[in-house]
Structures are given as structure tokens and as C-alpha cells.
Write a protein that binds this ligand. Structure first.
Ligand SMILES: [Zn+2]
Length: 91
């Protein structure tokens, strides 16, 4: 069966692969600043986190994302991620 190739990316926290569009993308620019990339088109080095609550919660605590990015991530970005967790409907 012919299957369309789906680009997979690895979640920085659980290290599982997910289709790119299911992941939250963060981008580190040339200045080493990390921003949230909601369009998926920002230039720079991408960093991905899957939308599982566990991963987001882990990403938010203990500086896991800072470590994954190799830099300090703005509190602004982290609070946006936190909003995403909180707005996720219960399943
Ligand atoms: Zn994950």
C-alpha cells in the first residue's frame, strides 16, 4: 500500500517520534533565543515537544526544556506552553 511520507520529529522530552504537525515547535535563532513557532516556518534550530500532558508538564518543570535547547528559555514561552496544557480538553 502506498503511503504518504509523513515527516517525523522527536519530542525533546519523551524522545518518541511524532508527525511534525502534532508537535509544538520551538525555534532557537542565531542569537540563541528560543521562541514558540506556531507557524512551523520560523528559521533556526527546531525543538519539538509533543502535546501529551506528561511531556508538557515535564518540560515546564526542572528546566528540561532549557537543557534540551541548551539555553535558557524565556518565562514567557514557558507560560505559553503552560496555557496549552491547561487549555487541552480532558479526554
Ligand atoms: Zn513527548
Amino acid at each position: 500500500m502506498a503511503q504518504k511520507r509523513i515527516p517525523l520529529r522527536m519530542c525533546a522530552i519523551c524522545r518518541q517520534q511524532f508527525p511534525k504537525r502534532e508537535l509544538i515547535r520551538l525555534v532557537k535563532n542565531a542569537e540563541g533565543q528560543v521562541s514558540l513557532d506556531e507557524t512551523g516556518k520560523k528559521p533556526g534550530r527546531g525543538l519539538y515537544v509533543c502535546q501529551s500532558k506528561d511531556c508538557l508538564a515535564q518540560a515546564l518543570k526542572g528546566g528540561r526544556l532549557d537543557k534540551a535547547a541548551g539555553t535558557r528559555i524565556d518565562a514567557d514561552i514557558l507560560s505559553k506552553l503552560k496555557e496549552k496544557v491547561e487549555h487541552e480538553p480532558e479526554s
